[in-house]
Design a protein around this ligand. Structure first.
Ligand code: TYD
Length: 139
């Protein structure tokens, strides 16, 4: 199935905070719809940079601003786009395969945690927007 903009969803995780502070749990297949094989995080970005600018043929992602805030623009293969704001540590955005994504407007304190169901393989990244839009026309 080819991902559409409607398949990009915000997720709210359960919080188990008490008077000592907050605790948020993310479990495979329960809180997110895949098994985590890779974790990376992005910090030290600001409101002048745009990161991402790619689509992944084989990988799904869940992005969580565990500190600070950022925005994610997503575009599907039909060209439909939507902008999401990440600023609450117990919420996340789910990004299915083959969705174009751009992360930007990072606050100085932004720590963007990224979970994926695949280990890194640069060959499954499409970094050219025209190539992304053309991808499904050849199938
Ligand atoms: P890049 O994909 O450009 O980051 P972003 O999408 O956030 O703009 O990755 C930056 C560098 O990090 C690039 O040299 C590839 C490397 N990298 C890995 O080695 N493994 C990974 O899992 C990721 C996401 C990136």
């Amino acid at each position: 199935m080819i991902a559409k903009i409607e398949d990009v969803n915000m997720i709210t995780f359960s919080q188990y905070g008490d008077d000592r502070g907050h605790l948020v749990v993310v479990e495979n297949q329960k809180d997110i719809p895949f098994d985590i094989k890779r974790i990376f995080y992005i910090y030290g970005s600001d409101d002048k940079v745009v990161r991402g600018k790619h689509a992944n043929i084989n990988s799904q992602f869940v992005l969580i601003n565990v500190a600070g805030m950022s925005k994610v623009k997503v575009i599907d293969h039909t060209g439909k786009q939507k902008i999401f704001e990440l600023k609450i540590p117990h919420t996340a955005i789910f990004l299915p395969k083959m969705i174009w994504k751009e992360m930007y407007d990072f606050s100085k304190d932004s720590v963007l945690l990224c979970l994926s169901d695949n280990i890194y393989d640069p060959k499954e990244y499409i970094r050219d927007f025209k190539e992304f839009r053309a991808f499904f026309k050849n199938i």
